[in-house]
Write a protein that binds this ligand. Sequence first.
Ligand SMILES: Nc1ncnc2c1ncn2[C@@H]1O[C@H](COP(=O)(O)OP(=O)(O)OP(=O)(O)O)[C@@H](O)[C@H]1O
Length: 236
Amino acid sequence: MKPAETVSEARSEKSTSGLVMRDVNLQIGDGEDIVNALSDVSLVVKPGEFVAIVGPSGAGKSSLLAVAGGLTTPTSGTVLVAGRDMTVAGNRERTALRREAIGFVFQSGNLIPALTAEDQLRLPVKFGGKKGRDPLELLAEVGLAEKAKRRPHQLSGGERQRVGIARALMTGPSLLLVDEPTAALDRQRSREIVELLARETREHGVATIMVTHDHDVLGHCDTVHEMVDGRLSRID
Ligand SMILES: Nc1ncnc2c1ncn2[C@@H]1O[C@H](COP(=O)(O)OP(=O)(O)OP(=O)(O)O)[C@@H](O)[C@H]1O
């Protein structure tokens, strides 16, 4: 049983269309090998808010993204995305919610080698079954108007990352989960990519969480949280 206060808090936050995580625990493994990947993690990210998560390797940052994105079910706790509870949704509903309401951006763009930039953007809409934004307009928004017909090998690392960001925004997600977006980029490109994420977050009212090791880019974020041994605390 959850304490009554937590339940009513979670209910009153149902109208928040970003992310609400309350008292989330994730245990991985069994017996003596059990790892507390997440311990009592609570985090609210409102629409238009840009949150960074830093912390040492193995601290639980990827686990947090996996739970927030409905890829992993936590051992206990509540995870609301766009007001819907990911932890009680069945597999099918969770997949639908993920496609409609959540965008993922990965380290190196994770693009499909054979597809042009424009076609990379059409994919999530094809699978999501939801009317998406106009790919060419979105490519222009991320500074790639001239490169819509290029395939990933004809783009720079920063440009590939921009395509990855545009693709994640195609369905107009409530929540954007970004894992180490600047890992493969130099300083200048890193700054530009994070500036782009900050702008998209604010202009489109997306709740964005970015995991990063790059302390240079934290100035663009609204709040910074640190993950240590599965525990999350706000540091800025
Ligand atoms: N499938 C798994 N089986 C067992 N333990 C796991 C598994 N996945 C993750 N872990 C453990 O859970 C903890 C959190 O891992 P997680 O990948 O979330 O950390 P992280 O902060 O993202 O690390 P990094 O910065 O290196 O990517 C670690 O102790 C890790 O070893």
